[in-house]
Design a protein around this ligand. Structure first.
Ligand SMILES: O=C(CCC(O)(O)[C@H](Cc1ccccc1)NC(=O)c1ccccc1)N[C@@H](Cc1c[nH]c2ccccc12)C(=O)O
Ligand SMILES: [Zn+2]
Length: 604
């Protein structure tokens, strides 16, 4: 056995050089497929993914000959620990080819799906309007997203919801089941019980599940108050289809998955006579285009003394949906492993929602640029939730009325407690509404990976969890022929989701620490760290670490030893004024819904 640590270090240096070149190769072919979906770009991508897997297998074979657990240097030990997990490349070649084909096909099906428009049948129509004349080419981005956000017609919303869920879920169901089998086989070859076990390992927490349950139980009262308020407002708009003591129909919440309710702001705002928080109109009036939206976000990082994106970012990124080819529209940020090529792919519309996403994606890019000097094995977030939190932390400052006025997107608002409630309410429609969805998606997926949810009960279990945690119900009856979880990008894209729940808690902890560093005094929701070099210095220090240290150490550094765990105190402090206001509003009927304490009843 090569016990020689010096030899091990040379091995790591050689690995870094070779792996960076291989990684750049794979990223390029994956970029080509994601920004131009064709049979040939798919095949080209599959070929390079196979080559990379073979390279990883060779690296793994050599790495595991070192007695790395006995090495003295903690950084060398930690790098070998990363290289000793082979991932999907542990599968025999035939099965590796099959799972990579399944993943490419599922991404293809989801991204290229098109549905038919809703055709309002006039009451007295003798014959239904001939459907041949109607082109069924509506895409999720931007068509269905816009309809779910804007339509007030319950029938149209039901139709579009059902079209999307039927046309994506059903074709994906059988491919997803086969992918689960192969993914679990790979996980077991890597020494894990199943894929969920492997995914949870990224958080290095002994009992991650109970820590997550505790976080959720701490946040649930705030969610239930928001749910009760929104439900009553929707009951007044839509009548009895929104029962005052039951779940909210999922198609009425302004979003295809009911995961963010910000599109309900204008029709449910607490104090409507105050100026609106929705700056979409100002963005359009002031001639913002996608590039300018990303420049705004980039400038914020520069104002903190952090890095600006390289010139190549502006020429190589895809910031708008191209008209001449099929692309994967779901936003993503790309690191091409060569220390200088970083890109974003986003089908950006000029809306407040997409300005927030632009900040989110640039947060990933800032992380890439800050940990660029780490060895490849450490070019990750401290844990996946950190990577998702950085852009959102900046967006917490940008979206304050004070900052929006500073950049001319909001006209002067007096310092008025009702404006405060309106602002906190608009933030809660994104941040609080999301929490149960961010929590439940992987609770469902981990149970499918472990077999606790059998394949023939996936959809029942999905809606049990959606009822129990989110208090939403499908607008039409669903069956096991449907696969409604598959209608959400991250399921066919094989992208873990608990990272967003972790991020939504973590980002308020980070916000609080950075606000203190910037010298902010006063309520947390009024803090804007813009131009604070102290805040930027602290944040950069965290990001430079990458995943070179366990994430509790990263939190300890950030909070100067105050804590090392995820702590919901900051998000509760931020929304405290809204919580009090909602509790006053919700006196007449109790918060909660029938079924919120039900477990998942699996027919055995
Ligand atoms: O999926 C995203 C944003 C896309 C992403 O930036 O997280 C992207 C997803 C992805 C992962 C893997 C392959 C392809 C796409 N993740 C990244 O680009 C990324 C970058 C670096 C490290 C890890 C992931 N947001 C989630 C959660 C979410 C909802 N509302 C939000 C508002 C702000 C921020 C996030 C959300 C969603 O849309 O449901
Ligand atoms: Zn992200």
């Amino acid at each position: 056995n090569n016990t020689d640590e010096k030899e091990a270090l040379n091995f790591l240096l050689a690995y870094d050089r070779e792996a960076s070149a291989m990684c750049n190769n794979v990223m390029n072919t994956q970029w080509d497929f994601n920004t131009n979906i064709t049979e040939s770009t798919k095949q080209r991508m599959l070929e390079t993914q196979l080559e990379y897997a073979k390279f990883q297998k060779d690296v793994w074979a050599t790495a595991t000959t070192f007695k790395w657990k006995t090495f003295r240097d903690p950084s060398i030990r930690r790098q070998f620990k990363v290289l000793s997990v082979l991932g999907r490349a542990a599968l025999p070649e035939e099965k590796l080819k099959e799972i990579q084909q399944l993943l490419a096909d599922m991404r293809d099906i989801y991204s290229r799906n098109r549905v038919c428009p809703y055709v309002k049948q006039p009451k007295n129509a003798s014959l239904p309007i001939r459907m041949e004349s109607v082109k069924c080419n509506l895409a999720l981005d931007p068509d269905l997203t816009r309809i779910m956000a804007k339509s007030k017609d319950d029938n149209e919303l039901t139709y579009m919801w059902q079209q999307w869920h039927d046309e994506t879920g059903r074709p994906l169901r059988s491919k997803f089941m086969r992918y689960v089998e192969l993914s679990n086989e790979a996980a077991r070859l890597n020494g894990f019980k199943d894929t969920g076990d492997q995914w949870r390992a990224s958080y290095d927490i002994e009992d991650f599940n109970s820590e997550l349950d505790e976080l959720w139980m701490g946040l649930r009262p705030l969610y239930q108050q928001l749910h009760a308020y929104v439900r009553r407002r929707l009951h007044h708009q839509h009548g009895k289809i929104v029962p005052l003591d039951g779940p909210i129909p999922a198609h009425l919440l302004g979003n295809m998955w009911a995961q963010s309710w910000s599109n309900l702001y204008d029709t449910t705002v607490p104090f409507p006579n105050k100026n609106s928080m929705d700056v979409t109109l100002s963005l359009k009036r002031q001639g913002y285009d996608p590039v300018r939206m990303f420049q705004l976000a980039d400038q914020f990082f520069v104002s903190l003394g952090m890095k600006s994106v390289p010139d190549s970012f502006w020429t190589a990124s895809m910031l708008e949906k191209p008209l001449d080819r099929e692309v994967v529209c779901h936003a993503s940020a790309w690191d091409f492993c060569n220390g200088r090529d970083f890109r974003i792919k986003q089908c950006t519309e000029v809306t407040m929602e997409d300005l927030t996403t632009a900040h989110h994606e640039l947060g990933h890019i800032q992380y890439y640029m800050q940990y660029v000097n780490q060895p490849l094995a450490f070019r990750e977030g401290a844990n996946p939730g950190f990577h998702e939190a950085i852009g959102d932390v900046v967006a917490l400052s940008v979206s304050t009325p004070k900052h929006m006025q500073k950049i001319g997107l909001l006209d002067k608002a007096a310092d008025d407690p009702e404006v405060d409630i309106n602002y906190l309410y608009s933030m809660a429609l994104d941040k609080i509404a999301f929490l149960p969805f961010g929590f439940l998606l992987d609770q469902w997926r981990w149970k499918v990976f472990s077999g606790e949810i059998p394949f023939d009960q996936m959809n029942k279990a999905w809606w049990d969890l959606r009822l129990r945690y989110q208090g939403v119900a499908p607008p039409v009856n669903r069956s096991e022929h449907d696969f409604d979880a598959g209608a959400k990008y991250h399921v066919p894209a094989n992208t873990p989701y608990i990272r967003y729940f972790v991020s939504f808690v973590l980002q308020f902890q980070l916000h609080k620490v950075l606000c203190e560093a910037s010298g902010h005094v006063g309520p947390l929701h009024k803090c804007d760290i813009y131009q604070s070099r102290e805040a930027g210095k602290l944040l950069a220090e965290l990001l430079k670490l990458g995943s070179s240290k366990p994430w509790p150490d990263a939190i300890r550094i950030l909070t100067r030893g105050r804590t090392s765990r995820m702590d919901p105190g900051a998000i509760m402090e931020y929304f405290q004024p809204l919580m009090e206001w909602l509790q006053k509003q919700n006196t007449e009927e109790k918060a909660g819904w029938r079924g919120m304490n039900s477990g998942i009843t699996i027919k055995t």
